[in-house]
Design a protein around this ligand. Structure first.
Ligand code: HEC
Ligand SMILES: [Cu+2]
Length: 356
């Protein structure tokens, strides 16, 4: 008996610890710490529903406890049948009307928030940014059609401004979710574009994830939204527009890497606002928060990725062994020189915190 209890207790402790520790993890990936317009609306709805649930729970439990104690069978009452109360109109009306009222209390702000989230009244206004988002197995393309900028994985937006996303997929259905600042939206293949808006209240690097099971490496389809000050955003746009894709690499190795890159990789990757090929646009690559959305941006990781991406993201569309490890090292030197802007993840006020 004791052994059983012991096992049970450690199971319980394990469960409690899991719950507790899952609260650590990465910061800026939590719908419970809203830092943007959409996430704030959704968080408020969560609070309202929890309040209603608690209200119902407390009242039902109070009545239940009262009835348990007050009407329990007493000594000498073995054969006693209490007064039956079916069909009491007043009671039935009460327990029909109260839930209806509670549902209305929940429905009104929910419908209101649904319309607020879908509001696109400022979309065509002067100076409002619309960004094209394309989900791909297993990466994100971001295009700024009015500014002739193409990028991927890191989405730059100005803080405190509502920007619109025009969203589609190049293959299967993906879902774009940045829990700290917005709700989530599916990206569909074909011409069935969805739109949503993003507005961050604070500068920051916000974690995003694909939340539609889209293939083998679905869980590795991470991205970031980087909300910078409006001045930094303007500077970033200018820097991105002035990229010269043919600029000579600086060191000898990097120059060799550049040639190799042009021969073996340019079929799928572009630098500058080139046509988005089959792979991510690598403009400003040296400023990425991660490689392929998941790896720390070190040279070693980059070489490993170039030689064998399959090992890192199974099922992804980049072929393995296009170049030797030595060649990959030179290409990495070149790619890590692609530092096209001084504005990067380090430009935001608050730095993200990695796992504890
Ligand atoms: C057949 C098309 C194709 C070719 C050729 C190709 N890649 Fe890729 N590459 C991709 C795709 C697709 C991805 C995105 C993979 C993912 O994240 O799922 C990618 C991702 C990358 C990334 C990570 C990008 C990011 O945004 O973090 C790097 C770096 C990269 N490739 C470098 C190279 C280099 C160097 C070569 C040449 C040796 C090359 N690629 C050749 C398709 C290609
Ligand atoms: Cu996906």
């Amino acid at each position: 008996m004791r052994g059983w209890m012991g096992k049970f207790r450690s199971l319980f402790l394990f469960g409690a610890l899991t719950l507790l520790l899952s609260g650590c993890g990465v910061d800026n990936l939590s719908a419970l710490k809203p830092k943007g317009y959409g996430s704030e609306l959704l968080f408020d709805l969560m609070l309202i529903s929890i309040a209603i649930m608690l209200f119902v729970f407390v009242i039902v439990m109070a009545i239940y406890t009262f009835v348990l104690i007050r009407y329990r069978q007493k000594k000498g009452q073995e054969d006693f049948i209490p007064k039956q109360t079916e069909g009491v109109k007043a009671l039935e009306i009460i327990w029909t009307v109260i839930p209806i009222i509670l549902l209305l209390v929940l429905a009104v702000p929910t419908v209101q928030a649904t319309f607020d989230l879908a509001d696109e009244s400022t979309k065509d206004d002067e100076g409002v940014t619309t960004i094209e988002v394309t989900g791909n197995q297993f990466w994100w393309h971001f295009g700024y059609p009015n500014d002739e900028i193409s990028t991927s994985q890191d989405l730059y937006i100005p803080v405190g401004e509502k920007v619109y996303l025009d969203m589609k997929s190049s293959d299967v259905i993906h879902s774009f979710w940045v829990p700290s600042i917005a709700g989530k939206m599916d990206t569909n293949p074909g011409d069935n574009n969805n739109t949503m808006s993003l507005e961050a209240y604070e500068e920051g690097v916000y974690w995003g994830q694909c939340t539609e099971l889209c293939g083998e490496s679905h869980s590795l389809m991470d991205f970031r939204v980087i909300a910078v000050s409006p001045e930094d955003y303007e500077q970033w746009k200018e820097d991105m527009q002035n990229v010269d894709p043919e600029a000579e690499a600086q060191t000898a190795d990097a120059q060799e890497g550049q040639d190799l890159f042009e021969n073996s990789c340019m079929g799928c990757h572009a630098i500058g606002d080139g046509a988005a090929g089959q792979g991510p646009n690598l403009t400003n690559f040296a400023n990425r928060t991660k490689i392929a959305g998941i790896l720390e941006p070190s040279k070693e990781n980059l070489v490993n990725w170039i030689v064998n991406p399959e090992e890192i993201k199974p099922g992804n569309q980049m072929p393995a062994n296009l170049v030797s490890e030595e060649e990959a090292s030179k290409i990495a030197d070149y790619l890590l020189e692609l530092d096209h802007s001084d504005i990067g993840p380090e430009s935001v006020d608050e730095q993200p915190q990695e796992e504890d």
